[in-house]
Design a protein around this ligand. Sequence first.
Ligand SMILES: [Ca+2]
Ligand SMILES: [Ca+2]
Ligand SMILES: [Ca+2]
Ligand SMILES: [Ca+2]
Length: 397
Amino acid sequence: MPTPTKLSIPGILNSTTTRAGVEDQELFCLTLVDGSGDILWQTGTPWAENRPFSWNGHWGRFCDLVDLDGDGKTEILLVHKDELRVYDATDGRLKNTRKLPNSGFNYTRAVRIDDSGQYHIFTKSGTSSREHSYGNPTLMLNHRLETVWTKQVEGAGHQGNFADVDGDGFDELLIGYSLFDHDGTPIWSHAPLSEDDHLDDSEIVDLDGDGEFEIAVAHDGHDAYIHNADGSIRRRISMHHCQNVLSGKFVDAVDGKQLLFVDRQVATGTRDAVLVDAQGNELSRHATLGYCEPVAWPSGVGPVSLIRVERPPAPDGVHRVLWVDPHGRELGRFRVRDSFEDHILRHGLDRVSYDRCTYHGAMHSPAVGDIDGDGHPELLVTDRESVWVFDVDPDRR
Ligand SMILES: [Ca+2]
Ligand SMILES: [Ca+2]
Ligand SMILES: [Ca+2]
Ligand SMILES: [Ca+2]
């Protein structure tokens, strides 16, 4: 059982003041802490109100850290509401902003599309808006945040993805079920499977080690597909409503890398997680509830295991964070906050769709990284008040 270190972050929930107007739920606070939880810098103010906040970055991948302009210093790229922001990561200073076409944007990544030495910014809307169809538009910006091109793509969905698929040194861009060359030229495209279908998640990975990428995509409300680099279909994977796609060397005994497809969490019961090999052959299928994050901690069957964050179907349920192997077998569980019931009931979040509670802080968010620099990853789990840090026992590495 991994041992947690709990960090208390000064300034969070230390006030009892109340503002008039419950509609004021605007939160923006970005804090850099070191491995002990000491604050290095902070911009914005922590939420200290006794009511929910809202923001539009609710998962661990909401920002990108990169030397955007090539000056040797790292920037932080993120979207807040309808604004793209670039912060200096060394001191938290806001360096640049740009208004976006709608407030549904949630995806921002630095990509290489020329040899200038500077990155470009691939940013897209990830949901519905009054102004555009679901998940649209997508913008390519230069490092000064000027528009290079804009696209509206059928089935654009939540997240984009990118990789140098053709090996010319520049990134291709996946938007929905369509792949574009670095300059925006269409390479291949598949139609959504239905009117509401959109890309929920994807992986671009060389599964079989032949030097060509494969592209795995989750169709909202449908199955998942594995495409070859040229867009042709390698395999269709049967799912209820594939929501997440993960790749890694999960199983030593099977050649190449494997994919794990995970169904959307549902209000009642469980759904499936399916492990497949490089050709899409099913290796195992298990019942699951919630979403997974890969971690390079050996599972006994391979070098990469999974952190599974379970969101129970009822507000009085236990929010478990589990360590599991790729077949879903439990290896351990982490001592984090076990219930958000008081938070959910106090704020009436049970009267909105339970699914939406995650937007108001009733969830754990996992992140994996080597925070102490010893070459082994730690797991960080955050809720709206705390950060827990876990490491695997050294004799299990
Ligand atoms: Ca820089
Ligand atoms: Ca390329
Ligand atoms: Ca391949
Ligand atoms: Ca470490």
